[in-house]
Design a protein around this ligand. Structure first.
Ligand code: FUB
Length: 613
């Protein structure tokens, strides 16, 4: 069938029908992103508008379960690879370009969550241009953690040969940036879809393949291997029986995912073609012998491929996959989704069906600490882009767009809402609503023009009636066109007293600091209330990039820090010391990053020191 000729990795093929070489997708500044994004925006808008109208219907009929699958609504995502690290799930995906008619994929993306429903967009820390030897086809990969580093194994077309090869990128942080670890393919035999498994004895294995299934033993450095790539025998006992394709007698197609649970080794994979379903086999060891165990997920969901990823997280087991569920979705415009499941007593994986409900929330979201605007359970109409303040921001906000944040624990009540916003236009309004996009308004924040899409300021509004736990809807209203951007937000609890407007503050430096300093730090108070305040510190690198920073100051009498984000705090007497966290230690020359904190006491402007190793 036609699709079969288009599928990757058939014996003897080297992707003659692959998409044209990727345009350079390297992230420029937010301005550049906005310019390039504009072209695709109208296309994206058409499908998102459909989502919005469907959800509006759901809002009118609250008895209908609200959809949280697929996980990402701002772009098409594919080939999920989850990784659990330090209490969060990091989800590594591919990115299907809008309107694709082939696996047109130029970059990989990272999202993360600590509750399985609200997902933070970390943008694209790795793309085809990260590999000087690669031409195109940012297909299915997997990231693993070892010895303080994150290794991301990804397949691409090798420019010199036109064959698929597998590269390895490395980073100190799960969200990157990642760089090519070895400057060449780790392996290249025309086959795809790497998965890496590290056994209890420390031996790491790289598996990959379509149409065959390969493995090689990785060395402890995770960027080289011992021995030669070796085929895993594809027997019908191990991988089931396929009929109608003499060249492929077993069900194994592609997308292997290997892990171990209770001493049993699992190999989960896309089976048969096309359309694929998800099957699994088990073995007593990492190299087999494998026994076919049946279906994990039947053929479903408007995409002729599927792709598995399985993790355990906070006591539950989760199956990630992709389908064509977003408007405009299909075999080349896919979306990643997740279901929770339980293993059988014998270690079997049940048959799992795709759902629109997705996994249940684990815990609740704390609205009284900084939350990134790009932490989203469901977004309608909005997109994301790199923020000049670090990380991502939500942009392309039009009248009627909204963001849903699920399971927000207001407790005894919120007194105010503060959002970090920017607008090169006239701004608009943030309606703070509960439980649906048309639910009770508990606050209304006005956003004014700030003179630039990346010129950030805070807006604060009073909140009343937000108690207990609710889904939070930030609904955006205003005139026509883009209204404003949103970087992060938080609520202030009623317990601290009546919030006041933020006092006049000293803006962060707009010019680079003296070249002799490794870094400088500036402070501003972002809100106050009776008995407490919130502060923000901007760390700015000098003439050279820095890798790690430490900010120190003396707490004034009566001050104590109760919460911090974007840094780790240690105190000794009145001395407060904040060090970077993994994602914001690297600051380019003259670039800046921020951390924030909540404190008891009265605000004062501290004298800050900033050092970098
Ligand atoms: O996303 C491109 C290819 O489609 C992947 O490498 C395969 O696993 C299939 O999902």
């Amino acid at each position: 069938m036609v699709i079969s000729r288009l599928r990757p990795g058939r014996a003897g093929r080297s992707h003659p029908l692959a998409a044209p070489a990727a345009a350079d997708p390297a992230a420029g500044g937010p301005g550049r992103r906005r310019a390039t994004s504009a072209r695709s925006r109208h296309r994206t808008r058409r499908r998102i508008a459909l989502v919005a109208s469907l959800l509006a219907l759901v809002g009118l009929f609250p008895a209908i379960a609200r959809a949280d699958n697929p996980i990402v609504q701002t772009i098409y995502t594919a080939d999920p690879a989850p990784l659990v690290h330090n209490g969060r799930v990091y989800l590594y995906t591919g990115h299907d370009e809008d309107n694709s008619t082939w696996f047109t994929m130029k970059e990989w993306r990272v999202f993360s969550s600590d509750d399985m429903v609200n997902w933070t967009d970390h943008g694209s820390p790795l793309n085809i241009a990260s590999f000087s030897w690669a031409k195109s086809d940012a297909w299915a990969g997997q990231a693993v953690y070892r010895n303080g580093k994150f290794y991301w194994y990804v397949p691409m077309t090798v420019r010199a040969t036109g064959q698929m090869g597998i590269g390895v990128a490395v980073s100190d942080s799960p969200t990157g940036p990642f760089r090519d670890a070895i400057g060449r393919p780790l392996v290249s035999n025309g086959e795809i879809d790497p998965t890496v498994f590290i056994d209890d004895d420390g031996q790491a294995y790289l598996y990959w393949g379509n149409p065959r299934l390969w493995y090689v033993k990785l060395n402890a450095d995770m960027t080289s291997y011992s021995g030669s790539p070796t085929q895993i025998p594809l027997t019908t006992a191990g991988f089931g029986t396929r009929t109608g394709d003499a060249n492929r007698p077993t069900l194994f197609e592609e997308g292997p995912w290997v892990y171990k649970r209770n001493g049993l080794y699992y190999l989960v994979y896309a089976a048969k073609c096309c359309s694929e379903f998800i099957a699994y086999s088990t073995a007593p060891g990492p190299l087999g012998p494998w026994t076919y165990r049946g279906t994990v997920m039947p053929t479903q969901g408007s995409s002729f491929t599927n792709h598995p990823g399985i993790v355990d997280f906070k006591g539950g087991s989760y199956f990630f996959y992709h389908n064509g569920a977003l408007p405009g979705g299909g075999g080349f415009t896919r979306s990643v989704a997740v279901e929770k499941f339980s293993y059988g007593a014998d270690g079997s994986i049940p048959t799992i069906s795709m759902s629109t409900a997705g996994a249940p929330q684990v815990g609740t979201l704390n609205p009284y600490v900084r939350q990134e605007a790009e932490t989203i359970a469901w977004g309608s109409g909005v997109e994301t882009e790199p923020s000049s303040a670090g990380g991502m921001n939500v942009g392309w906000i039009d009248n009627g767009d909204y963001i849903k944040v699920k399971g927000v624990a207001f407790g005894t009540g919120a007194a105010s809402y503060t959002a970090r916003v920017a607008s090169a236009a006239g701004g608009g309004t943030i309606e703070v609503r509960l439980d649906s996009a048309t639910g009770t308004v508990v606050g209304t924040c006005r956003v004014s023009g700030t003179g630039g899409w990346q010129t950030w300021t805070d807006t604060t509004c009073a909140v009343s009636g937000a108690t207990g736990t609710h889904d939070l809807y930030l609904r955006f209203t205003g005139g026509s066109g883009s209204l404003f951007n949103l970087d992060h937000w938080r609520f202030t609890p009623t317990g601290g007293g009546t919030p006041t407007s933020p006092p006049p503050t000293t803006p962060p430096p707009t010019t680079p600091p003296p070249t002799t300093d490794a870094c400088t730090a500036s402070y501003r108070t972002t809100s106050t209330w009776s008995g407490g305040f919130q502060g923000e510190v901007t760390v700015t690198a000098g003439a050279a990039a820095i890798n790690g920073w430490t900010v120190g100051w003396s707490l004034a009498a009566g001050q104590s820090v109760s919460q911090i984000w974007g840094g780790t705090l240690s105190t000794s007497g009145s001395a407060a010391t904040v060090r970077n966290v993994s994602y914001n230690g690297s600051v380019p020359a003259a670039g800046s990053t921020t951390f924030g904190f909540l404190a008891n006491g009265s605000p004062s402007t501290p004298s800050l020191t900033c050092t970098s190793p």
